[in-house]
Design a protein around this ligand. Structure first.
Ligand SMILES: Cc1cc2nc3c(=O)[nH]c(=O)nc-3n(C[C@H](O)[C@H](O)[C@H](O)COP(=O)(O)OP(=O)(O)OC[C@H]3O[C@@H](n4cnc5c(N)ncnc54)[C@H](O)[C@@H]3O)c2cc1C
Length: 297
């Protein structure tokens, strides 16, 4: 695995390596970019284009118009690798249909659920910041989940901010996520990528990020045969035990209705999350204080 790619990726960097090998053989890659406040699918053709895809974006991305664009490429005899949320991959496969399926390769992400980008937009606004004006937004640094936008965080670096806590606690996903029919070990794509939580590799490797790769089809094997990664077999039962989204959708948080009620009444996301998860909120604040003290020493 290219150490630079691994470092820049959210998890183990498998997506970026598979995308790079695909464009190197003349294919097109379609995935999600952040641009002008929006998380949207784009098509890339070069290694430079696909660098923009790097990183997990913990929001529901916008697929408007993308399925037809990919379909046109497939009709024109091009190979396309579509990388995205399982629901969007399923839609892409349906739009391409059987006739064009031969040239469509798909990678879906194990998905915990995704919030509407409007919540993120509001979170920025409530902190006096403008998502639309940001050049870059990142949601995690390996196993630390916090938002960093253009080098600025929303709480002490390395500590979970209220948005990240709400995301991890399944507080405010769109309603359909809680009944997701793709949250299963029966995947619809050629390859599924996620985090290798519960991996038995040494801690040093885990800190660098390890991807979990599930390969479902001959096309998936073809993608993996391009190389560029160190692969090691995993026990699927252990992978499922460590990653609930391979078994069932996220459960609706008991606080979800309260969250949206409060939001409607104009409450701050920070305040609502603090009310919903007081212990975890305090823990993150304390972690922040300790980290700040450590930095000052
Ligand atoms: C909303 C969401 C929930 C997730 N939940 C889980 C989980 O519960 N368990 C788990 O193991 N993994 C989960 N993942 C996947 C995980 O965050 C990593 O994306 C995955 O492990 C691949 O990591 P990577 O280092 O190979 O690539 P990354 O650097 O994460 O990039 C992965 C690829 O996915 C694309 N992508 C990122 N975000 C989106 C998006 N919102 N819409 C469409 N495409 C996107 C990127 O453009 C890139 O092509 C989730 C991802 C998302 C976006």
């Amino acid at each position: 695995m290219d150490p630079e790619i691994r470092k820049k990726s959210s998890s183990g960097g498998a997506a970026a390596v598979l995308e790079r090998e695909f464009v190197r053989t003349g294919g097109y890659v379609c995935s999600c970019v952040f641009s002008k406040g929006r998380f949207e699918y784009r098509i890339g053709k070069t290694e430079e284009d696909i660098r923009l895809f790097s990183g997990s974006k913990y929001v529901k991305s916008d697929p408007t118009g993308i399925y037809q664009q990919v379909k046109e490429l497939l009709k024109n005899g091009k190979k396309v690798l579509f990388v995205g949320l399982p629901c969007h991959v399923a839609a892409m496969i349906r739009v391409a249909g059987e006739a064009l399926s031969e040239r469509l390769y798909t990678i879906d992400l194990i998905c915990h659920g995704s919030p509407s980008p409007q919540i993120l937009d509001l979170f920025f606004k409530q902190h006096g910041r403008d998502l639309a004006g940001a050049d870059h937004v990142s949601f995690r640094d390996k196993n630390r989940f916090y938002i960093d936008s253009d080098g600025k965080t929303f709480t002490v670096r390395n500590c979970q901010d209220a948005y990240s806590m709400g995301f991890l606690y399944s507080l405010f996903y769109t309603e359909n996520c809680y009944a997701c029919s793709y949250a299963s070990v029966e995947r619809i794509s050629d390859i599924t990528l996620g985090d290798a939580w519960g991996s038995e590799l040494p801690d040093a490797e885990q800190r660098k990020g390890i991807s979990l790769i599930l390969c479902q089809t001959a096309k998936g094997k073809e993608l993996l045969s391009a190389g560029g990664m160190h692969l090691q077999p995993v026990d699927i039962q252990k992978a499922m035990a460590a990653n609930r989204q391979l078994c069932a959708p996220a459960s609706v948080s008991t606080q979800r209705a309260y969250f949206f009620d409060q939001l409607k009444n104009g409450a701050q996301i920070d305040r609502i999350v603090k009310k919903c998860y007081p212990k975890s909120f305090r823990k993150q604040k304390l972690k922040g204080v300790l980290l700040t003290l450590k930095l000052k020493k």
